[in-house]
Ligand binder design. Sequence first.
Ligand SMILES: CC(C)(COP(=O)(O)OP(=O)(O)OC[C@H]1O[C@@H](n2cnc3c(N)ncnc32)[C@H](O)[C@@H]1OP(=O)(O)O)[C@@H](O)C(=O)NCCC(=O)NCCS
Length: 192
Amino acid sequence: MLLSAQLPAYRPVSYSRVTLTELMIPSYANFGGKIHGGILLSLMDKVAYAAASKHAGNYCVTVSVDGVNFLQPVEVGELVSLLASVNYVGRTSLLVGIKVIAEDVRSGTVKHTNTCYFTMVAKDDAGKPTPVPGLELETVEDTRRFVEAIKRREFKEQYNREFDNVRNALIVEHQHYDLTQERCRIAYPENQ
Ligand SMILES: CC(C)(COP(=O)(O)OP(=O)(O)OC[C@H]1O[C@@H](n2cnc3c(N)ncnc32)[C@H](O)[C@@H]1OP(=O)(O)O)[C@@H](O)C(=O)NCCC(=O)NCCS
């Protein structure tokens, strides 16, 4: 694989590890007083970009996002930190793992709100995908994450394939009985 002259063949995981910390201010809150999910998504995208572009030595674009679940609310006044590292690299793509924690500065309580994965692709000046350096795994944990990323990608591909099959075979009328178990009602004639 040809890399541009300035790029090394490998870069260590630690080279591109990034932490982004931001105070949750009142203008980030929704009507319920909790932080908007979109604010957190935007911070995740920024930190993923920072880690990926540092490793790639080029600017990167976000291709897909996996594992974003907002299971615990984040409050105004909390310090949110996003810890990002490149977990895996392909030829031009990188998988960035992001751990999100929120800290109540008065009590010192820290909660782990979410871990998610951003797939980024490095682009050259012409906007075409461009090769990235390999990943030098410095710890057993780095290797665990790399292997896990391979498995995650395999499962996602398998899921997408199987779901496509299910969707292609779907006949909506045959689902009417199942829908009687759901909280919906059909408001159009049956043979429409
Ligand atoms: C993602 C993108 C670069 C793929 O372009 P492409 O011409 O299809 O390029 P390739 O087929 O060579 O794929 C490039 C890499 O992206 C990966 N990729 C493409 N689609 C993907 C997907 N849906 N999920 C994960 N990875 C994907 C490929 O596996 C490949 O990785 P590799 O080089 O490590 O093997 C292109 O679709 C794009 O630019 N999308 C817009 C991204 C963007 O602007 N994001 C900002 C938000 S709007």
